[in-house]
Each structure stands twice: as C-alpha cells, then as structure tokens.
Design a protein. Structure first.
Length: 416
C-alpha cells in the first residue's frame, strides 16, 4: 500500500468504507468478546465511515461526540533521553494523523516495503473505514520529575496525583503512567489497532503500563446525543457538561493565566476504574435502586419530576440526603462541573464467578483540584452508592492543546 498525502486524496480504507460499514459489527468480535451488539454511530457524531479532523485548536476526543468504543492506554517512558521522547512524539503524531484519517500507521502500510523487514502497520484495520477514530494524548506527573527530561519547571500546578479518597482500593499496577493515549472509535478493532501501532512505534522508548477496553459509552458530550445507560441500568451523565455549553470555556479548557502557557487550550483528564458489585445490585429492589440514584430507572427523570432533563428539586424530600444525584449536583460543589466520556467494561469474571465489570470513568476538566477531587471526596464520604462500587484504579494526565498543522507534534509547546 503506497503512501498518500495527509491532507488530500482518498484512502483505501475510506474507499472501502461503505462496504466495510456492513461488516464492522463482525470485526468488533475480533477485538474482544465483551464488545457485543451492533456498531452504531451516535446521532451527533460522525458516521462509521467518516474521519474526525486531527488538527485543530483543541485535541479531538474531548468534546468530540462520544463514540461507542474505547481503548485507553497508559505508558511508562523507559528512555532517559529527552531527544528520544521528542522523536517519539513526532512519530506518534504522524501516525495518529494518518490513522484518524483512515490510513495505515506508516507510509508503506501493512503490505508495502521490503519483505524481509517488518511492515510499518500491523494490518488488522485493512479494509476498515476511519470509524470516527480520535486519539488524545496526555502527560502524567512523572514526566516532570526532577532530573528526568528537563521539564520540572514546566509542571502545571493542577497536575497533582489524585490523593487517596474515601473508599479507594487502588491497585498501583493499573494506575498512573507517564503518557496516556485515549483511542475512541465506532469499531473496537480500529481503536485497538491505533493503540497497538503506537506501542509498536514506541518499542524501546516506552512500555505499556496498563490499558483498558471499553464499550457502550456512559456519557453524552453533545446535546444531540441520547443519554446512554451504565451497567446498573440507569441513564448516566444526564447533567454532563456538553460541548455546546458556555461553561466549557471556564470549566474545561486551561487558560493562559492558569500558570503554564503551554497548557492553554488543553485540559486535564482523570481516569478511574470503578468496579460494580453487579450481583449485589441485581438483588436490590427497584425502589431502593431509584432512591440510591435519585432518578427513575425508566426515563431517567429526577425523583419528584417527570422528564429526564427536569431540574431536580433538592429542597424537597423526594431525593434522599445520601442520593447520588444530590451529592453530584453542581450546586453541592460551588458550580463545579466535569466533561465525562466514560465507558462500560467487562473484564471476565473473578475466582468466585462474579463479573469483573463496571465503569471506566473518564473526566476532563480545567483543574482536578477544584473539580474532580472535591466532588469525589463528597461522594466517597456520603454516597450510599458506595455499597455497590469500588474504585480500583486512578490516574491523572495533562492533555495539551491540539496540533495546529502537519508541521507540529503532540506536546510541542511543552518541549519548546
């Protein structure tokens, strides 16, 4: 497969898009048995054969209408050389721009080049359309350690490790990381292909610390998207910050006056793997489930109201003091909001035959210290939902602004 200009031309995968869309659901099964059901694009998002622009003021994959599939990966940087990191970020940027356009990761593709050398694309996405793929990168606190890459003086004050919060049972092996990459798409094979190829390019310079597959988005990032459901069966993210909201400018994007100019236009992402005690929840009465959530299970309306988007009346007794909806409401946290784009996950079962399943929580914000941490601290202390969930992983990353054109690269402002 020959190279094509990153800004023009029609890729082989794009040409095959119409036909590939019909088999995308079959391809989903190859990536993992937990991805079940038909692959459908969200109402406000790109269709399965469309590409999301890679270049822009902000990184794609934040306010982009949430796709249905996820592969999130965190890497540890193993090289000790600053120039190696810069080389890697440049190569990753080129590959990301190509893959999000529906092309192979490298110019020679999966079948070009010399037969005695490894191909520069792994090939499992051959024939598949762009599938709305977005790739979003972030840098963890460890990247800024003294004596590592000369970045100690460029660490944003907001990039602090998430402190221990009430109810945490954090496993360090699936937490943290130096660099994260979030791959979202409408086809899980396309998302897995993207992370796999970035890991391949980074061989010898980074190692994958942990990764997580997700299916069935649990939040809407556009007002045109229907509110999805989590594995507890409730609509999730009704009050999520949306791309159309004016609050995006104050709640989501880092500003020049926040302390580090290179982060202006970027955002901070917090990830939490939240395991649900599915079997216990499934034995809980409907009335109790609704009291715990503070919403009706059917249409998602707040208790005491009729429609999903009706404002909950927190002055009435319809909603319990310990109900999730009350404790998570912005009015309980000085107006703090999050842009969530989490996913359901099922990682098989444990030795007792219980489902290892739950929510992979992803939330973007301007400052985790003022948004995620106080919100989660209140939830961890009082939310009765804690009897049915357990937070088992945690990470925070600084996601820089977008790459403006094909002359730039991910994190260029940080290393300038």
């Amino acid at each position: 497969m020959t190279d094509e200009a990153s800004k023009g031309g029609t890729s082989r995968r794009a040409l095959l898009g119409a036909g590939a869309a019909g088999v995308a659901g079959v391809a989903a099964g190859v990536a993992g048995a937990q991805f079940l059901g038909e692959t459908k694009p969200a109402a406000a998002g790109p269709s399965i054969d469309q590409a999301v622009p890679f270049y822009g003021e902000h990184q794609a994959g934040i306010v982009t209408p949430a796709q249905d599939r996820l592969h999130f990966a965190a890497f540890d940087v193993t090289t000790k050389k600053r120039e190696d990191v810069i080389w890697l970020l440049k190569e990753w940027t080129k590959a990301a721009a190509r893959m999000t356009a529906g092309r192979d990761a490298g110019p020679l593709g999966a079948t070009g080049g010399r037969g005695e050398a490894p191909p520069d694309d792994t090939g499992e996405a051959l024939g598949l359309p762009a599938s709305g793929l977005t790739l979003t990168i972030g840098f963890g606190p460890g990247m800024f350690a003294e004596g590592r890459f000369g970045l100690a003086g460029r660490k944003p004050a907001a990039l602090e490790d998430i402190p221990h919060l009430p109810g945490d049972a954090i496993d360090a092996a699936i937490s943290g990381g130096d660099i994260c990459v979030q791959a979202c798409a409408y086809d899980p094979q396309v998302a897995v292909h993207a992370i796999r190829n970035l890991a391949r390019i980074g061989f010898g310079k980074v190692t994958m610390r942990w990764s997580q597959l997700g299916f069935g988005r649990t939040s809407s990032t556009s007002r045109e998207q229907e509110t999805p459901r989590n594995l507890m069966g409730f609509k999730d993210g009704t009050r999520n910050l949306k791309a159309e909201d004016k609050a995006v400018s104050t709640q989501l994007w880092a500003q020049p006056g926040d302390g580090q100019a290179w982060m202006a236009g970027g955002s901070y992402v917090v990830t939490r793997k939240i395991r649900m005690h599915i079997e216990t929840w499934d034995r809980t009465s409907l009335d109790e489930q609704e009291q715990i959530m503070g919403r009706h299970k059917g249409n998602g309306a707040p208790l005491g109201q009729k429609e999903e988007f009706d404002e909950p009346d927190l002055k009435k007794e319809d909603i319990a003091v310990e109900a999730h909806i009350r404790l998570a409401h912005p009015d309980s946290h000085g107006g703090a909001m999050l842009l969530r784009r989490g996913y359901n996950y099922v990682d098989g079962s444990d030795k007792l035959g219980r489902l290892d399943a739950g929510l992979f929580f992803i939330a973007y914000q301007r400052d985790p210290r003022k948004q995620f941490v106080p919100i989660q601290r209140a939830l961890g202390q009082k939310d009765v939902l804690n009897e049915y969930i357990k937070h088992v992983s945690s990470a925070v990353f600084a996601c820089p602004p977008g790459v403006k054109d094909d002359k730039g690269y991910w994190g260029e402002g940080l290393f300038a």
